[in-house]
Ligand binder design. Structure first.
Ligand SMILES: Nc1ncnc2c1ncn2[C@@H]1O[C@H](COP(=O)(O)OP(=O)(O)OP(=O)(O)O)[C@@H](O)[C@H]1O
Ligand SMILES: [Mg+2]
Length: 479
């Protein structure tokens, strides 16, 4: 037995010895080859080997490095897009994942770890993505540490027969989808201008279209319009128009104009720019502000009727006879006081109607990306027709007093009820009264005395409706 095992060990030893000597001979031959054969011949040999290899290996590989630029200082946009594109596939396919907080500081973004592979399918074609990392010792000597440079990359592998499709359609699709994921995950901002600068805070308004109480058909039309707009990149490019759309929201205070703007931003995932025109000194400043807005944004100008000569009041004034001027001045002062504008603001602001319209029409044609511009007013009849004609303001949306449909939505959202025996009384009362959704919502705000009893909230609303009806009738009969 001992003899037998000894013989086995000896045989194993000889085998390892032989392999060892083969490797040693190969290394020796390679060393001789490297030393004595000129560079050109070696290069040729390598080239032919690669060619032979590619002949047998029918796949094409593309590498996308994370760091690009002269000194590998900037992060490649393509790499980021691919990372976002692959994140959903990685969560279902990869065994090792990396997690990080997304740019919106809320969602967890999962990406595949180094040396993981995921498979993708596009138009029936299979492709493979591998994430990799090259570690190279840094050449520069540092006093503190000798940092190892990590260079990450994604490698795409596909069959060479699909070359055209991949280089054209597929990679475009990856970039576009990746950017869309990035937009969905980004933290959105609310910008406000102080003078010629934008300041921003994180935009976290909870309003959605489900919470806006209004005519359901109109709501659906608005949502369709917004969604169609946001998907019409090719259309606008083809007809050569700036990718923008204007909305004019009008209606009495408290009917949900500002709420709807927040809902629009939430629906499309856009940033909001709240432009305070009275703080803008002149057209140059206005142009600067408008150029600085990013794509995928909504520019909001609230209470446009209070924004000075945008209403054309000044223009009309100039046309009048001189003797009327003093009278007009007084009238103006009265109006400004009513709209809460200070005289200082009026004097310092020289933004003109034509300036604003020119920027809206012309400037954005030159900037890529989609933008919505939303004007709000309580008095649509005061506006200059030039400002609101179709084409400049594509959609005019009237938000009005609370109807029964809007009431039902508020009751559902606030009180969690969809039907109630008091609804018919309220329906009748709403037909004859002018109450805003904001007032109704105020009645439905939680009150300790009412607890969770919807009866009490509805009765309080009925009482208030009866009172307003009584007042409105009295007022009507007096006048
Ligand atoms: N249509 C609505 N649906 C749901 N809630 C509404 C609606 N209208 C008003 N509200 C409630 O009333 C509050 C005030 O509404 P909002 O600020 O949107 O009114 P507005 O039309 O912008 O008024 P203003 O003309 O004074 O700016 C909101 O916080 C919202 O909760
Ligand atoms: Mg408002």
């Amino acid at each position: 037995m001992i003899e037998e095992s000894k013989m086995k060990t000896r045989a194993g030893d000889t085998m390892f010895g032989q392999i060892g000597s083969i490797i040693a001979s190969l290394m020796f031959i390679w060393a001789i080859f490297e030393k004595f054969f000129p560079f050109q011949i070696r290069n040729q040999a390598q080239k032919h080997t690669l060619r032979l290899f590619s002949f047998v290996y029918p796949y094409i590989q593309i590498t996308f490095n994370e760091l690009i630029g002269d000194r590998h200082m900037s992060r490649s946009e393509a790499y980021t897009s691919i990372q976002n594109y692959l994140s959903s596939k990685a969560t279902t396919q990869a065994k090792r994942l990396k997690g990080d907080i997304g740019k919106n500081n809320q969602t967890l973004l999962l990406t595949m770890d180094d040396h993981e592979e995921v498979c993708d399918e596009f138009n029936g074609v299979k492709l493979w993505w591998v994430s990799g990392k090259n570690v190279a010792k840094s050449q520069t000597l540092s006093l503190h540490n000798n940092l190892a440079d990590e260079k990450r990359y994604y490698k795409l592998t596909f069959h060479k027969q699909h070359r055209n499709m991949v280089l054209g359609t597929y990679l475009n699709h990856v970039m576009r989808e990746g950017k869309a994921v990035m937009v969905r995950n980004r933290q959105r901002k609310l910008y406000t201008n102080s003078g010629s600068f934008w300041n921003h805070v994180v935009f976290e308004h909870p309003a959605t279209f489900e919470s806006v109480a209004m005519d359901e058909e109109l709501k659906k039309r608005i949502i369709d319009d917004l969604v169609t707009f946001s998907k019409s990149r090719e259309f606008y490019a083809r007809i050569g128009r700036a990718w923008k759309r204007g909305y004019l929201l009008f209606g009495p205070p408290g009917t949900g104009k500002s709420t709807m703007i927040a809902a629009m931003a939430n629906l499309l995932g856009y940033d909001l720019y709240d432009l305070e025109l009275t703080a803008v000194k002149d057209n140059t400043e206005l142009r600067k502000l408008l150029i600085e807005t990013s794509s995928k944004s909504i520019i909001v100008i609230e209470d446009i009727d209070c924004s000075l000569d945008l209403t054309g009041q000044r223009r009309k004034k100039m046309e009048r006879a001189k003797e009327d001027e003093e009278e007009e001045e007084e009238e103006d002062q009265r109006k400004k006081k009513q709209s809460g504008l200070k005289e200082r603001d009026v004097k310092s602001s020289q933004v003109t109607l034509s300036g604003l319209l020119n920027f809206i029409d012309g400037l954005w044609s030159a900037c890529g990306g989609e933008r919505l511009i939303v004007f709000t007013t309580n008095y649509v009849e005061k506006l200059d027709p030039a400002l609101v004609r179709r084409g400049r303001m594509d959609m005019h949306i009237e938000l009005s007093y609370c109807g029964f449909e809007a009431f039902k939505l508020l009751a559902k959202n606030y009180l969690k009820i969809e039907s109630h025996h008091l609804f018919s009384t309220i329906s009748d009362l709403l037909k004859h009264s002018q109450i805003t959704p904001a007032d109704v919502a105020e009645h439905f705000m939680p009150k300790p005395a009412f607890g969770n009893n919807p009866d009490l909230y509805l009765k309080a609303l009925i009482q208030s409706l009866e009172e307003t009806n009584f007042k409105q009738n009295k007022h009507a009969s007096n006048t």
